[in-house]
Design a protein around this ligand. Structure first.
Ligand SMILES: [Zn+2]
Length: 301
């Protein structure tokens, strides 16, 4: 466990906006164990860097570990585990014939070994020999090769979140009239209004397939996204301009979807945000109160 360091380093935002339509590198393949594994008995970690320190499931950037091992063997068969905050392994990668003193990296796509989205939480990477035995510890200063220093970067931990807060800027949840269930002429309000200046960037709270992108008299410019791996759909309304997303496109968690506006039936700049249960928005699902979720996402975003 000694190799698992926690860090108070400020988190880089894994969901920071990138140009629309950017391709996201998938996670690394799991690989397969070497049938006759080997590793040096002196396996150590000379350096390890995990970036970004905060990521979103199905996000723009997956957590990536770049590491350098120390070993007295030219080829080392390694297993790299993703370990949750209570020490359980949620995913393993096998890396065969890794040379010492040469950087290698793996990227985790946020799914468990059973291919389910991993829950919110703090995780660490752990590097072990496939032959069994303890996780590689950080190389002590004495055993690092000449030229390297104790200032080698060393981070194995990171946070993974399932959702991003959809507004990148100052915002508030307004008054009673903006709550889910508030009375409207002939119906009730099916979402939560989040007040923010027009032009404030909006991002996908959860990535997935764009179920609909278009304009409607009441909703204005709006986008509906099938939340990947959730069964929930999320709708974003009154966008300043038509979203660059088209129906059928894929969008990642934290990726830009448009700007706060007041198109359609709106008297102030705000995001009208809806969450619909499975099977989804006007597909037989029902709207639920999004405020508790928004508050939770707001707290860590
Ligand atoms: Zn509204």
């Amino acid at each position: 466990m000694a190799a698992i360091l926690t860090s108070a380093a400020s988190a880089a935002t894994g969901g920071a906006p990138t140009p629309a339509g950017s391709a996201t590198a998938p996670g690394s393949p799991s690989g397969t164990p070497d049938p006759a594994p080997s590793a040096g008995p002196t396996l150590t970690l000379i350096s390890a860097t995990t970036s970004p320190r905060k990521s979103f499931y199905y996000g723009v950037r997956n957590p990536r570990l770049t590491y350098v091992i120390g070993s007295n063997q030219p080829q080392n068969d390694l297993r790299i585990d993703v370990v949750n905050s209570i020490g359980e392994t949620v995913k393993s990668f096998y890396r065969n014939d890794i040379a010492p003193n040469v950087p290698d990296s793996i990227r985790w796509d946020g799914t468990t070994g059973e291919n389910h989205p991993a829950p919110n939480g703090r995780y660490s990477f752990r590097v072990l020999p496939q032959i069994g035995g303890p996780a590689a510890r950080r190389a002590s200063r004495r055993s690092t090769p000449a030229g390297s220093s104790s200032a080698e970067p060393f981070s194995l931990s990171f946070a993974l979140y399932g959702y991003a807060f959809p507004i990148l800027g100052p915002h508030d949840f307004g008054g009673a009239e903006g709550r889910f269930g508030a009375a409207r002429a002939g119906h009730t309000h099916e979402g939560q209004d989040v007040m923010a200046d027009c032009g404030t960037p909006l991002v996908a709270a959860r990535g997935g397939r764009v179920q609909y992108s278009g304009y409607e008299g009441a909703a204005g410019n709006y986008v509906v996204i099938d939340g990947r791996g959730t069964g929930f759909d999320m709708a974003y309304m009154h966008l300043l301009e038509p979203s660059s997303l088209q129906t059928g496109m894929t969008v990642r968690t934290g990726e830009p979807i448009g700007l706060v506006g007041q198109t359609g039936d709106a008297t102030a700049c705000h995001l009208h945000f809806e969450i619909w249960t499975a099977p989804g928005w006007y597909e037989g699902g029902s709207p639920i109160d999004p405020l508790p979720y928004l508050e939770k996402w707001d707290a860590y975003s």
